[in-house]
Design a protein around this ligand. Structure first.
Ligand SMILES: Cc1cc2nc3c(=O)[nH]c(=O)nc-3n(C[C@H](O)[C@H](O)[C@H](O)COP(=O)(O)O)c2cc1C
Length: 231
């Protein structure tokens, strides 16, 4: 291939990568998705294959290409997943879903938490017992097997004893988040989210948990401003 053709190919590949990334960030997060990376790898000719740019880059709308765009479409989806024992986090989750156009998915415990379960003044209440047991993984009844389709996931939870409730660990361990960019949010009586973000990052180093935000009493405008700060 001539140097001019090589330069042209490089330019076309760079433009394609930029366009792919811009489309992904139209939702929230600018991270390149697996599908985009795969599309780029497919588009680039291997060193042993001397291909012209017009042959190397997708130019037709044949069946192969339309199946690739469908994958990209589903890989670019956004979800808001939340657990809320008393409704405070649920309200914020709803605002985030409205702001981002995301799918709203609740982490539903198999056994709902009663007010006695949540009475943290009682050392022996269910919530405290779970938080005192590193291995506790309260069962959830929601199905999250399709979450690998999402490239951006907001995970919301209340703070229990300075961190996320154990049911959030059940959630992280019940689905494949390896391709997703994850942001967490919480509500609490005053504690921040920092410890919970650190704990989750340590527990799940293979998941891209970027940052978290405490959003008690947030308005739609507050949520909007947080979301746009993530771009
Ligand atoms: C078992 C338990 C432990 C809690 N621990 C904390 C805590 O450490 N710090 C804090 O600020 N709030 C704590 N809270 C208060 C909740 O984080 C707060 O009420 C939250 O907004 C509830 O969210 P939800 O309605 O979505 O469940 C605790 C609540 C419970 C039930």
């Amino acid at each position: 291939m001539t140097t001019r053709k090589k330069l042209m190919l490089l330019f076309l590949l760079t433009s394609f990568a930029f366009t792919a990334c811009s489309k992904a960030s139209a939702g929230v997060a600018p991270e390149k998705t697996a599908a985009q990376t795969a599309a780029l790898q497919e588009a680039a000719p291997s060193s042993s294959q001397e291909a012209e740019p017009t042959e190397a880059l997708p130019t037709s709308s044949g069946p192969e290409e339309s199946s690739r765009s469908n994958e990209q479409k589903s890989a670019g989806r956004t979800a808001v997943v939340y657990f809320s024992a008393t409704g405070t986090t649920a309200e914020i989750a709803r605002l985030i879903a409205e702001e981002t156009g995301a799918d709203l998915l609740e982490i539903v415990p198999e056994t709902a938490y009663t007010s006695e379960d949540l009475n943290y003044h009682d050392d022996n209440c269910r919530a405290n017992r779970e938080m005192n047991d590193d291995t506790a993984r309260p069962a959830i009844s929601s199905d999250f097997s399709h979450l690998s389709e999402y490239s951006v996931i907001y995970v919301g939870h209340p703070i229990w004893w300075g961190t996320a409730p154990r049911i959030i660990q059940t959630f992280f361990e019940s689905c494949d988040l390896s391709q997703a960019t994850v942001y967490t949010f919480c509500t609490s009586g005053g504690s921040g989210i920092e410890q919970s973000v650190k704990d989750l990052q340590n527990l799940y180093p293979d998941v891209n948990i970027v940052s978290g935000k405490r959003l008690n009493g947030a308005s739609a405008a507050d949520v909007k401003s947080w979301i746009s700060s993530l771009d």
